[in-house]
Design a protein around this ligand. Structure first.
Ligand code: ZN
Length: 390
């Protein structure tokens, strides 16, 4: 087994020789549709990674679910080590519908790779997989390293959240492979977010003949939208966005039903409690008599809050990145990720360690091809230093 600088150099050399293989694997998985609700597709991406791990002698196991993508776990064991594992996290689902990969397959133009999920975050999965393979090939890991690849992050990880929490709680540190910022920075803090479905019930009546018998769910929803948006406090980092509305039956009927999808964002766990209470009050109070409402939580991301341990980890990563030729800082973002779940169980977590990307969730989303190998090297060095307690 190799150790220290020698191990780092061997691992980084191994990675440097594999850009072509990394891109080939990335092309394969980008060209498999894997929207969050497309379980078959998300699992097909998982099968491809399971095959990759098998080819590199790394054992895998699955946690199966009925509705969303299964969770794939690969573990590079370290016999004789009593260290807790380092956890490399990532998700295989994308925000794109079925058929997107056919319409917009993987391609590289001017050093940028395009295709559904290329940066968010199939590029990060490829990096995690190759880091594990490099550590295995060079027999370099002083402690166990686990890669977890889940399938429902874009919708709040309804199936994977407890699995992530369990793996993170057992780990000494978690590195999440979401795309690096367009600036090249990684993510040291994230907002928490809650997705709600708000339903308002009213009473249908002919709006000409018996208007007074009706109760408009649309009218009530309008009041609620104004009240919900008023909870936004930009300075405190709290935002409320009613992103979609739907409702009504016909132009001459008082609306018996209306619904909206609402996105709440906040920075601290304390803000979450106050925000949820305020939303509950707005939903419970009816301005228009004869209407009532309820909400269902569709997604619940916890914030990634920096801790003294995660700040030390940040310093380790920055140095590891510098030795891989990258200048990297930590950045705060309003976007949510699974990193909030690992951080919330007390495991120091860094996010945005995948290849550098931009224009998230849009068809112009890209990944900087030249960042693939250096980001993998930086991660590998950080994992080795983290395990060595440096
Ligand atoms: Zn993502």
């Amino acid at each position: 087994m190799t150790r220290g600088t020698e191990a780092e150099e061997a691992v980084c050399r191994w990675l440097a020789e594999r850009e072509g293989e990394m891109l080939a694997l990335l092309e394969e998985v980008v060209n498999i549709d894997s929207g969050s609700y497309d379980k078959a597709g998300v699992d097909a991406v998982g099968e491809r990674f399971a095959r990759f791990f098998a080819d590199h002698g790394i054992p895998t196991s699955w946690r199966r679910g009925d509705t969303y993508g299964d969770a794939l776990r690969a573990e590079l064991a370290s016999p004789g080590s009593n260290l807790k594992p380092v956890l490399l996290m990532g998700h295989r689902d994308t925000v794109f519908p079925k058929g997107e990969a056919g319409r917009r397959p993987f391609r590289i133009v001017d050093g940028r790779a395009y295709g559904p999920g290329v940066a968010d975050m199939k590029g990060g999965l490829v990096v995690n997989a190759f880091v594990l393979a490099a550590l295995a090939a060079q027999d370099a890991a002083p402690g166990p390293v686990v890669a977890l690849m889940t399938g429902d992050e874009e919708i709040g990880s309804p199936f994977s959240r407890p699995i992530i929490e369990e793996e993170a709680a057992a780990a000494r540190a978690a590195f999440n492979g979401e795309p690096g910022r367009a600036s090249g920075n990684i993510v040291s803090g994230r907002k928490g977010g809650i997705f709600l479905n708000l339903e308002v019930f009213g009473k249908a009546a002919h709006s000409g003949a018996n208007f007074a018998d009706g109760a408009s769910a649309i009218g009530e929803l309008a009041h609620k939208i104004v009240a919900l948006h008023a909870l936004t406090d930009l300075e405190a980092g709290i935002t409320v966005n009613v992103g979609t509305v739907r409702g009504g039956q016909s132009v001459n009927t008082t609306a018996p039903f209306a619904e909206a999808e609402v996105d709440l964002r906040y920075v601290t766990p304390q803000q979450r409690a106050a925000l949820v209470t305020a939303v509950e009050r707005i939903v419970a109070a009816s301005t228009i008599p004869g209407t009532h409402a309820r909400f269902t939580t569709r997604g619940d991301f916890l914030p990634l809050v920096a801790s003294p341990e995660s700040e030390r980890m940040m310093a380790t990563y920055k140095a590891a990145a510098a030795d891989s030729g990258l200048h990297v800082d930590g950045e705060f973002t309003g976007g949510c990720s699974d990193a909030g779940f690992s951080a919330a169980v007390g495991t120091p977590t860094l996010c945005g360690l995948g290849p550098v990307g931009g224009k998230a969730h849009s068809p112009e989303k890209y990944m900087e091809v030249a960042s693939l190998v250096p980001r993998a090297q930086a991660l590998a060095r950080a994992v080795l230093r983290c395990e060595a307690g440096r």
